[in-house]
Design a protein around this ligand. Structure first.
Ligand SMILES: Cc1cc2nc3c(=O)[nH]c(=O)nc-3n(C[C@H](O)[C@H](O)[C@H](O)COP(=O)(O)O)c2cc1C
Length: 322
């Protein structure tokens, strides 16, 4: 299996791990790159020196290309991007903000720029900015995502809108069936979050991973009940895809009331995260939670997805077309 994304990024398999703040640190990025995909460090989990250490640690574990992805609506982005450029990562990815101001400096340093978008209009903006590939993220994605379009209609619409720029599908892909499906849609690869968040190399909590393994397809909710408390600066139109728990069942739909108790809940939620109380704390995951049965090494996950997708892409056309 080989796509234009493999040529662009210098990778063997058309799989990118999502730059997840929390789970995607050096261990995960290096494991994905070593297995032939593109490892991305979630660059918005610390300060510039933290990021420099993460990049160095990744480089110690792999000589293959890897990158850094940012929540680009968060403060402090310029200092983080400067470190990624100084350290000469292969790829910088931007999510949740217009990437336009960041493309020229990255390109001048020989660094590729990816943009993750949630709408066709954002994809057109990213294409005009000159990004090298666009990840189209549907509502089924785990963590922060848009609220309007699912991956199935978004990916072909973005492909139609951005011409020759390679499009990567994000949201709802956890096995070879998902990868085969998005390749048939015309995507050049898959940007995978939840499945890699539940890998051995993920820096996410073990209690959170166990929750995702136990969860089913119907057990998630797209909500603002955590962001309202944390005050995290995500733009309008972005919500948070998490596992349902006692907290979301109590407060989702009662946001105005919740805001009255914001200070108390901020302390309570922080404590719940530290204590591993998954009935209160956020566990970020998409609908693919229902397809994940075990915590496994990221390389094994990647190789299985590729092998399954290859088998499907060989077998299925003959089954369907006779
Ligand atoms: C635990 C978790 C944390 C995430 N953190 C980020 C992040 O920091 N930056 C970002 O651009 N996307 C983040 N995402 C979203 C991913 O980039 C990606 O779009 C999504 O995981 C793809 O859908 P999937 O979870 O169905 O694979 C996160 C997703 C998860 C599951």
């Amino acid at each position: 299996m080989h796509t234009r994304l493999c040529d662009l990024l210098g990778i063997t398999h058309p799989i990118v791990n999502a730059p997840m703040a929390g789970p995607a640190k050096a261990d995960l990025a290096a494991a994905v790159s070593e297995a032939g995909g593109l490892g991305l460090i979630g660059g918005s989990s610390g300060d510039p020196e933290w990021l420099r250490q993460q990049i160095k640690a990744t480089r110690e574990r792999t000589s293959r290309p890897f990158g850094v992805g940012f929540i680009s609506s968060f403060p402090g982005l310029d200092g983080l991007v400067a470190v990624a450029i100084e350290e000469g990562v292969a790829v910088i990815a931007h999510s949740f903000a217009d990437p336009t101001p960041y493309v020229p400096a990255a390109h001048a340093a020989g660094i590729l720029v990816l943009a993750q978008v949630q709408t066709v209009a954002q994809a057109v903006q990213a294409a005009a900015a000159g990004v090298d590939a666009i990840a189209a993220q549907g509502v089924e994605a785990g963590g922060h995502t848009g609220t309007s379009s699912a991956t199935l209609p978004l990916v072909p619409a973005v492909i139609d809108a951005v011409g020759d720029i390679p499009v990567i599908a994000a949201g709802g892909i956890a096995d070879g069936r998902g990868l085969a499906a998005v390749l048939i849609l015309g995507a050049e690869g898959a940007w995978i979050g939840t499945r890699f968040a539940v890998s051995r190399e993920s820096a996410g909590s073990e209690w959170g991973k166990a929750r995702v393994v136990a969860a089913g397809t119907d057990d998630t909710v797209l909500t603002k009940v955590y962001d309202l408390i944390s005050g995290s600066p995500f733009p309008a139109g972005i919500a948070d895809h998490v596992l349902q728990n006692r907290y979301t069942r109590t407060w989702h739909g009662r946001e105005a009331e919740l805001l009255q108790e914001r200070t108390a809940w901020r302390a309570r939620l922080e404590q719940a995260s530290q204590q591993g109380d998954a009935e209160l704390a956020a566990v970020r995951a998409g609908n693919v939670a229902g397809l994940i049965d075990a915590v496994e090494p990221a390389g094994d996950i990647l190789r299985r997805i590729i092998a399954e997708a290859e088998a499907i892409l060989r077998r299925r056309p003959a089954e369907v077309l006779g």
